[in-house]
Design a protein around this ligand. Structure first.
Ligand code: IMP
Ligand code: MG
Length: 184
């Protein structure tokens, strides 16, 4: 009985949306473009936890030039039953970003709220340049117009897991991107 309940709680029907080979190829292209622009600028890659984890690790290992890394975290909370959720930024940034070339690295952009908040927060630190790079984007969900420097893959309004992205904190360790199937 108990194991049945556990199975229902952790099992999530999904299918492969983007396989490892495709991800690897695209991340290599993104790194190439970043290399062309930043190889002599000693950029700071600021990863947005936790979704950036695998993407950022793969991306920076394909950038063969001097760079630094930093992290920021963003959690959204919902107050009561209202749709007015709020966002809290965290992460003790020890890197001085003033006059630095900053690249924000996101796993996925949905409504764009998280990216907007991080962009305006980091702008206050007066970086020399500030750009946003994401592995996945859901353009159909954006709340406002968003300037994204590089997008790995544009997807529809579907829920995806794996390669750093979670469903209730699990599935981040899937080596590919999966699409969650509607439970019927
Ligand atoms: P936002 O709506 O652009 O602010 O995205 C908020 C956050 O929701 C993202 O940073 C992800 O952590 C999460 N998120 C949005 N869509 C997905 C998804 O399809 N899979 C996993 N996490 C997602
Ligand atoms: Mg999440």
């Amino acid at each position: 009985m108990e194991s049945d309940i556990l199975e229902k709680k952790t099992k999530l029907p999904f299918e492969v949306l983007i396989d490892q080979e495709k991800i690897h190829k695209r991340v290599a292209e993104m790194a190439e473009e970043i290399t062309r622009e930043y190889s002599d600028k000693l950029p700071v890659f600021v990863g947005v936890l936790k979704g950036c984890l695998i993407f950022m690790a793969d991306l920076i290992r394909q950038c063969n030039f001097p760079l630094e890394i930093e992290f920021i975290s963003a959690s959204s909370y919902r107050k009561g039953t209202g749709s007015n959720d709020f966002l809290v930024l965290g992460g003790a940034s020890t890197t001085e970003l003033k006059d630095r070339h900053v690249i924000i690295v996101e796993g996925i952009i949905d409504s764009g709220r998280t990216a907007e908040a991080i962009l305006s927060h980091l702008k206050l630190m007066e970086p020399a340049s500030l750009e946003l790079v994401t592995l996945l984007d859901k353009p159909g969900s954006h709340r406002n117009r968003l300037d994204i420097k590089q997008i790995g893959f544009s997807i529809g309004n579907e829920f995806v897991i794996g390669y750093g992205l979670d469903n209730t904190q699990k599935f981040r360790n899937l080596p590919y991107i999966g699409r969650v199937l509607d439970e019927k």
